[in-house]
Design a binder for this molecule. Sequence first.
Ligand SMILES: O=P(O)(O)OC[C@H]1O[C@H](OP(=O)(O)OP(=O)(O)O)[C@H](O)[C@@H]1O
Ligand SMILES: Nc1nc2[nH]cnc2c(=O)[nH]1
Length: 181
Amino acid sequence: MTDTDPRFSRILHDHDEIENAAKRIGAQIDHDYAGKTPILVVVLKGAVMWAGDLFKNISIDVEMDFIDIASYHGGIKSTNAITLRTDLTSDVRGHDIILVEDIVDTGLSLQYLISLLTDRGAKSVKTATMLNKQQGHKVAVKADYIGFEISNEFVAGYGLDYQEIWRNLPFIGVVNPEVYS
Ligand SMILES: O=P(O)(O)OC[C@H]1O[C@H](OP(=O)(O)OP(=O)(O)O)[C@H](O)[C@@H]1O
Ligand SMILES: Nc1nc2[nH]cnc2c(=O)[nH]1
């Protein structure tokens, strides 16, 4: 990460800040789910790096599963159409679910996932997101655990892609508009 990286107009959060957010939320989950065994559902692909940090900071017994949906088909704008690419392997009926997301932007992905899991009989569905872009919301959804509130700009890094690249970067930055203009 450098201040002169032309790919980004500014850096929002570095690895240490994200780890601290994971510690804070992990402790909240330990407290809120004491005596329960929730299934942590990682929403692929973007949430992978955040999930790795968060899971290390959860001490209660949990199960893990993965679901892959797509709404941003490689670009910077949501298509509004959600595709289920890879389904869970667990039966969620009667289980407490914590969705692990990298970002809630329009909220359409989260709305889709909550109704999918609720329709399948999940006992409860909550969400732990690394980023929340409140000004981007198009539907009334609310994440229960939020790492950081961010402004209404396109970001990448730490799992989030720009045209499928930059997911591996150890920080979150605002993509320089010159990159995609
Ligand atoms: O609130 P929304 O506007 O629906 O956007 C949030 C979703 O968009 C991104 O996923 P994407 O569909 O790009 O797939 P990816 O994680 O594989 O990159 C992100 O990982 C969230 O799941
Ligand atoms: N990479 C990336 N994916 C997103 N999905 C929804 N919002 C965003 C964003 O700002 N950046």
